[in-house]
Design a protein around this ligand. Structure first.
Ligand SMILES: [Zn+2]
Length: 250
């Protein structure tokens, strides 16, 4: 393997290491954002429930006031009933009194129903406030965990970045540009092995996309230290894994 392909292999390895580390950091940050979003949702629900509670409370107060007015009217009619002189007057006041009593009974029902609605609203807000406390604690935990993790991998990331820069510096600028373009397209997997599909035949496929490669490409890989690109997926091809860039066996 020539110097260019060798440097590309190292670049690939550090690129993948960096991506894996950054993905872990991003996962921790995502957990923080998820918890923050849940908090926001709970706050919005609490605000909506509080606005509704205000309206329900106002309705309950209004109906209760109506009921009291009606009760005062009933008391006034009762006194008037005692002072009546004629049967006709008595019967008219009695009719009014019965109508008012029926109205007052309906208002009483409405008041009780509204008090029930208000109590339910208060209970729901209470439960949501408890959920909010729990979620806020969770957010705190996630924030601390993300900060702790980022601090723990900061040195590692910097070290791999330095290695990546060193490998990149060994490459001709054109090779580096190709690598970076393909790496961006394939999530860091810029390189793919040319695999021989049948040991008895000179037939190779790209390990990245599993499409056939031409023999010219294989011969070029064998003979020259130059970049060969898979015609289908665009990955940079290599024949054999170099010993230096192989992952250690666990
Ligand atoms: Zn391919």
């Amino acid at each position: 393997m020539g110097a260019t392909l060798d440097a590309l292999h190292r670049l690939q390895r550090f690129e993948m290491e960096l991506l894996a580390l950054r993905k872990k950091v991003e996962a921790k940050r995502r957990a923080v954002r998820g918890s923050e979003n849940r908090l926001k949702q709970i706050d919005a629900t609490i605000a909506a429930k509080e606005a509704q509670l205000k309206r329900d409370q106002a309705e309950a107060d209004r109906v209760e006031l109506d009921r009291k007015t009606r009760e005062a009217e009933i008391a006034r009619l009762r006194e008037a009933l005692n002072r009546t002189k004629t049967n006709k007057e008595y019967s008219a006041i009695l009719t009014q009194l019965n109508t008012d009593k029926a109205d007052a009974a309906k208002l009483e029902e409405h008041v009780l129903a509204m008090f029930g609605v208000v109590d339910e609203g208060k209970a729901a807000i209470g439960a949501l406030s408890e959920s909010r406390v729990k979620e806020a604690k969770r957010t705190e935990t996630f924030v601390a965990e993300a900060a702790r993790f980022e601090a723990s991998v900061r040195d590692e990331i910097e070290a791999v970045e330095a290695k990546r820069r060193a490998a990149a510096a060994e490459l001709p600028p054109s090779a580096l540009r190709i690598f970076e373009r393909v790496s961006e397209k394939h999530d860091g997997e810029a390189m793919a092995q040319a695999l021989q599909v049948d040991p008895r035949r000179e037939a190779f496929v790209c390990d990245g996309c599993h499409m056939s490669l031409t023999l010219e490409q294989i011969n070029a890989l064998r003979g020259r230290d130059e970049i060969q690109i898979c015609g289908t997926c665009g990955r940079i091809l290599f024949l054999d894994e170099p010993v230096a860039s192989m992952k250690p066996l666990n």
